[in-house]
Ligand binder design. Structure first.
Ligand code: TEU
Ligand code: CA
Length: 586
């Protein structure tokens, strides 16, 4: 891969500031709290920080509902605090990417207030439409329930189309002031911007320039492949879409035009951009990526985040995933973007449950955390660490909905209960424990003290009780810990070109427990210059490893392992539960 780039050789650390570190005792993480942990990030060895939103916001969706893109939310601190953070990171050679949330704004943004009031020039900054009349028959037959749209009983009107919100219920809300419905594919307090309006695009480009002028190194782009909606806003056709209408508003008609324009007009050449692209396959991804695409550096895809959805395709049901499916899904992306475009590598973030609980084992917490890390650091792409992943944090044992803060969980549960989806409260809680985004949003666990060293006050969300064993302080003190394993993998990526640029080849594709692959650098006539072999045993039991002839024999060395390994021979043997090994073959 001749076109090298700093962001291909980097490891990114994602900070959800609300839950990272509280410096002033109000129970909410803040910017000064992140500044206090700069040496921690430096010791871990990460190269980039992705900071989740810290802009002015009413916090309906913890900052993904922006009311002023150029101001810092006071509970996070001041612009001076933000500048201190940027300077502190850059002083340590760590870059900063911010979160670009421009598919929608908060309903408290000045643009939405002006648009609702139909002020000159703002009338179509968002999607405003008249509703559809409800026929007497539909009403009499009970096929129309105003409560579904939060409407008073006597309103005989339905939304302009049948699209649904990711957070449950209709994607439309009737607004009394303007007397029309407006579109929101997330919460009703997150109205979607109308990107077909060139003034919307201008405002966004100006705002991006404001942040690049302040010295940031790039953006993570929130649901960027939702920003183009077909003009006529037709009903959804696909019954299996993740939400009704997604077949219309995912990768809409002008999405590539808009993403290309964002990069041409508002992104400097050496900046990093990572687009969060829901429901997109690798062929579509390639169109967004690289200079012969729309200019984006890399994408977050979700194919491997859907494997445990239930048979109805809904996120609010669950099914077992298989190692073979996980291998096949990630292999599709490794082979699909090999050199053409670049992968992001992640198994959890602020929207997904903790990876150890979902893809690993709470019984073999440390071994499985290390195995999953070995996977992420020996695939091709840029690894993203979500805060707490580096110490093997796990899901939170919710005992009631009262402990849940997340609008996505609370709204979806409300809608599902109204539709009679759950047979019992236990079934509901079981699903919340498994799926809720709040699993990832409990406070970072710094030490074994009362609130895990996150705050001296009352934390905004409960701290995981296992912080007494699982915390940064005890992990850093133990050389055999998950933390040190992550630190070693990060420095390995900085030393080994083959782990960054080598091509990926899957071995034993049909094996239902082992994931075995090589990374290879060859010279122009195809001679192998460098090669590594990764062997991963998923599961709580031992597995026989029968190495293919192509890799069997004497390796040069074992460069990574999460158990003691006393031989450098790649040969038939029994692998222990969650055993991970990386050999240098050449
Ligand atoms: O997430 C969009 C998104 O796809 C997720 O909300 C996903 O649909 C859901 O979590 C189930 O997988 C981005 C942000 O990461 C998320 O935190 C915001 O809530 C959302 O957009 C709206 O801005
Ligand atoms: Ca605080």
């Amino acid at each position: 891969d001749d076109d090298r780039a700093w962001w291909k050789e980097s490891v990114v650390y994602q900070i959800y500031p609300r839950s990272f570190n509280d410096s002033n005792g109000d129970g909410i993480g803040d910017l000064q709290g992140v500044v206090e942990k700069l040496d921690y990030l430096d010791a871990l060895g990460v190269d980039v920080v992705w900071l989740c939103p810290v802009y002015e916001s009413p916090n309906v969706d913890n900052g993904y509902d922006v009311s002023d893109y150029r101001a810092i939310l006071d509970t996070f601190g001041t612009m001076a605090d933000w500048e201190a953070l940027l300077e502190g990171l850059h002083d340590r050679g760590i870059r900063l990417i911010m979160d670009l949330v421009v598919n929608h704004t908060s309903d408290e943004h000045a643009w939405f207030r002006r648009s609702r009031a139909e002020e000159e020039g703002y009338e179509d900054f968002y999607f405003w439409r008249d509703g559809e009349p409800v026929s007497e028959a539909e009403y009499e037959e009970g096929r129309y329930d105003p409560a579904e749209y939060g409407l008073p009983r006597d309103v005989r009107e339905r939304p302009p189309n049948d699209w649904e919100s990711f957070f449950g219920g209709s994607a439309w809300t009737f607004d009394e002031e303007r007397g029309q419905w407006y579109l929101h594919v997330f919460d009703e307090r997150q109205p979607d911007l109308n990107w077909a309006n060139p003034r919307v695009r201008e405002e966004v480009f100006d705002m991006m320039e404001f942040w690049f002028d302040r010295g940031i190194d790039g953006f993570r782009m929130d649901v960027i492949n939702l920003i183009s909606k077909p003009e006529e806003l037709p009903d959804g056709e696909d019954e299996t879409a993740i939400v009704r209408g997604a077949d219309e508003f995912v990768n809409g008609p002008r999405v590539h035009e808009y993403v290309r324009q964002i990069h041409d007009e508002a992104v400097p050449d050496d900046a990093m951009t990572v687009g969060e692209m829901v429901e997109m396959d690798v062929d579509e991804a390639r169109q967004f990526l690289g200079e012969d695409g729309d200019g984006m550096s890399m994408a977050f895809n979700f194919d491997h985040m859907r494997l445990d959805f239930g048979p109805d395709g809904s996120r609010w049901s669950k099914a077992d995933w298989s190692v073979r499916e996980l291998k096949a899904t990630i292999t599709r992306w490794q082979e699909g973007l090999d050199g053409e475009g670049w992968n992001s590598l992640y198994l959890n973030n602020h929207d997904e449950p903790r990876m150890v609980s979902r893809f690993g084992s709470e019984r073999y917490r440390r071994e499985s955390a290390m195995l999953l890390a070995t996977l992420l650091y020996t695939l091709q792409g840029t690894p993203f660490i979500y805060q707490g992943e580096e110490i093997g944090m796990t899901n939170y044992p919710f005992t009631s909905l009262g402990e849940v803060r997340d609008v996505d969980t609370l709204r979806n549960v409300e809608t599902l209960e109204r539709r009679g989806r759950f047979a019992s409260d236990d079934e509901l809680l079981d699903l919340v424990r498994y799926r809720s985004r709040d699993n990832a949003r409990t406070p970072m666990q710094w030490d074994s003290s009362l609130s895990a060293g996150f705050t001296d006050g009352e934390p905004w969300i409960p701290v995981n009780p296992n912080h007494e064993e699982v915390n940064v302080e005890s992990e850093r003190a133990d050389p055999d810990s998950v933390w040190h394993y992550y630190r070693d993998l990060i420095s390995l990526r900085h030393e080994e070109d083959v782990l960054v640029y080598g091509s990926y080849d899957l071995l034993l594709p049909e094996h239902d427990r082992l994931w075995v692959y090589t990374r290879t650098v060859t010279d122009e006539d195809g001679t192998i210059e460098e090669q590594t072999l990764t062997v991963l045993n998923f599961g709580d039991t031992e597995t026989e490893f029968e190495p293919p002839a192509s890799v069997a024999g004497d390796a040069e060395e074992v460069i990574v392992s999460n158990y003691d390994v006393d031989s450098t021979r790649v040969e038939r043997e029994t692998l222990r539960p969650w055993e991970a090994r990386v050999y240098r073959l050449a």
